[in-house]
Design a binder for this molecule. Structure first.
Ligand SMILES: Nc1ncnc2c1ncn2[C@@H]1O[C@H](COP(=O)(O)OP(=O)(O)O)[C@@H](O)[C@H]1O
Ligand SMILES: [Mg+2]
Length: 531
């Protein structure tokens, strides 16, 4: 370019004249010359032209439309919503991504129900992501409830935000599954204030939950659910217990009611006045309950009075990390018991708020390691389903965490598999971390993923690079997640941890000295670069 311009000494002024002269010529034979005189993308070429050798990247700023409206035409919108807990940056545009099920449901109206399902290979940061949401939501006045922390990884975070830590385990703490929680007192209070219907509902819910828990424990300990008749007997026995028992009963008292053979039970056992038939019908049930009360394979955790009742007005974590990894049945039972107890408490709080007797509280319920509960036996999916049908009511967000779809679909019974897939399909949003390629057909059956999105998820599960120095090499997919809402394109986000979170996150705690003060973590967390 500019071959013709070389002999002439150019100044900006002469160039302008040349252009004007060229511009006036409309003949097609001259147009190439005109073309030669136009400035390139970096300015005028040649000496004195002032072309820039280097075009510096423009600094980007984020602001509200009110602040940046005068900057037209350089402002542009971002694709990711700015409502919710700041999670990190968009993997491609570097824009801040904010997301949590409660804000996206309540304030942004982006999802149809306040729930999320998180999938991803272990160690890629699922629990860390949820912890970020917990900390952020707790700053907005929502109480996080971690119902069963198998690794003890959320305990520090909950403590740091002034929450309650309830320890459960053999010899550490007990959770009486027949304890109606605060339901009885609350029902009475509602009755006194004239809310009869609400009181009836609270009582019915407490009864249903206790029955559900007893059935669950029996399911786990037998590896198959109790028969219909046994469930009827249990249901009736619980009612008898409620009528006749003073104070809070434990499993042993339920067993006593069944062995006592009161008339109500003999009726539903259809023994037609023949005691031997009754004994036959209840024999298996008695045997299982005896196992549950006598420290059998599920230990005595559920058969003694509750040691540490749960509060309604702050964050709560059930620390069940003392239960050994190999005791899969006990882990499943404890998780279910925590979920049941936690959801029961939320229900009571909602009833009180509906009646105007307490301020409305919002909760963020975390069900981590869902697959551990589901694999504990046939019928467990039903139990979880029954427990978690709560989030349609106001103000309760819920997040379920599992590894892969194949975990969910490895269940032996077809109806269980269908229902487990339903957990994913019904969630308001699905957040995926790195996943193996074999997962994709299963995953795309539940949520639509484009080929690029699938490739991204597969690349995030690659192992870290070899490093002969044995340094702390991060897997490439750690902290990276794709947020999917229905058929919309996913939002890839990279979560950046703050220094305070990094200390709350330390999974290698036993290797270092303990952190000095976690209370400092209550200071507001400022994410680097986030507006
Ligand atoms: N965004 C992140 N940046 C840096 N480290 C992270 C990030 N997310 C998670 N980690 C680290 O990765 C490890 C595993 O995270 P974790 O949340 O327990 O994974 P998962 O629950 O998926 O098994 C933890 O030591 C955690 O500190
Ligand atoms: Mg985890």
């Amino acid at each position: 370019m500019g071959r013709r311009l070389h002999p002439v000494k150019m100044t900006a002024k002469t160039v302008m004249t040349a252009i004007r002269a060229g511009g006036a010529q409309s003949s097609p034979t001259k147009s190439s010359k005109v073309h030669g005189r136009a400035p390139g993308s970096r300015g005028w070429a040649g000496r004195g032209g002032g072309a820039a050798a280097l075009v510096p990247a423009v600094r980007e700023y984020r602001g509200t439309t009110v602040q940046v409206c005068g900057l037209w035409p350089f402002s542009s919108g971002t694709s990711s919503p700015m409502v919710g807990v700041p999670l990190g940056r968009h993997e491609e545009t570097q824009a801040t991504v904010c997301c949590d099920p409660i804000s996206w449901f309540q304030r942004a109206h982006l999802i149809s129900n306040p729930s999320a399902f998180i999938l991803g290979k272990p160690g890629l940061g699922k629990s860390t992501l949820v912890r970020r949401m917990m900390l952020g939501l707790s700053g907005q006045g929502v109480h996080p409830l971690v119902l069963g922390d198998l690794k003890g990884e959320h305990v520090d975070a909950v403590r740091a935000i002034g929450g309650q830590v309830i320890e459960l385990g053999r010899g550490r703490g007990y959770l009486n599954i027949l304890d109606p929680g605060q339901a009885i007192e609350v029902a009475q209070l509602l009755e006194e204030r004239g809310h009869h219907e609400a009181a009836v509902r609270v009582r019915a819910d407490a009864h249903g939950r206790r029955l559900n828990m007893v059935v669950s424990l029996i399911t786990i300990s037998r590896n198959s659910p109790p028969t219909d008749q046994e469930q009827t007997i249990l249901d009736r026995a619980l009612r008898v217990l409620d009528d006749r028992f003073d104070g809070v009963p434990v499993l042993k008292d339920l067993l006593d009611v069944i062995t006592g053979a009161p008339d109500e039970l003999r009726q539903v056992a259809l023994d037609r006045g023949n005691m031997t038939v009754y004994l036959q019908e209840t024999r298996a049930l008695e045997a299982t309950l005896l196992g549950l009360t006598g420290g059998g394979k599920l230990g005595e955790i559920f058969s003694r009075q509750t040691t540490n009742p749960m509060s309604r007005d702050r964050a709560v974590v059930f620390d069940v990390s003392s239960i050994d990894e190999t005791e899969t049945d006990l882990q499943a039972a404890v998780l279910l018991a925590c979920w049941s107890y936690g959801f029961g408490t939320v229900n009571v709080a909602n009833a009180l708020a509906d009646a105007g007797l307490e301020p409305r509280r919002n909760y963020f319920v975390v069900l981590d390691e869902l697959w551990r509960a589901l694999r504990a036996g046939k019928g467990m999916v039903d139990r979880v389903d029954a427990l978690t049908r709560l989030n349609r009511s106001v103000g309760v967000g819920q997040v379920m965490i599992s590894h892969t779809m194949s975990d969910l679909l490895a269940l032996p019974a077809e109806e269980d598999r269908m229902k487990a897939r339903g957990f994913v399909e019904r969630s308001g949003m699905v957040i995926c971390g790195g996943l193996p390629a074999s997962e994709m057909p299963l995953l795309t059956a539940a949520i639509p993923l484009s080929r690029q999105e699938q490739q991204k998820l597969i690349s995030w599960q690659d192992p870290p690079a070899w490093d002969s120095r044995g340094g702390d090499v991060e897997p490439p997919g750690r902290g990276k997640f794709l947020i999917k809402v229905g058929g919309r394109p996913g939002i890839p986000v990279q979560i950046g941890l703050t220094s305070i979170e990094a200390s709350l996150n330390d999974t290698n705690k036993r290797w270092h000295a303990p952190a000095e003060s976690l209370l400092e973590a209550t200071a507001p967390v400022q994410e680097e670069g986030a507006a």
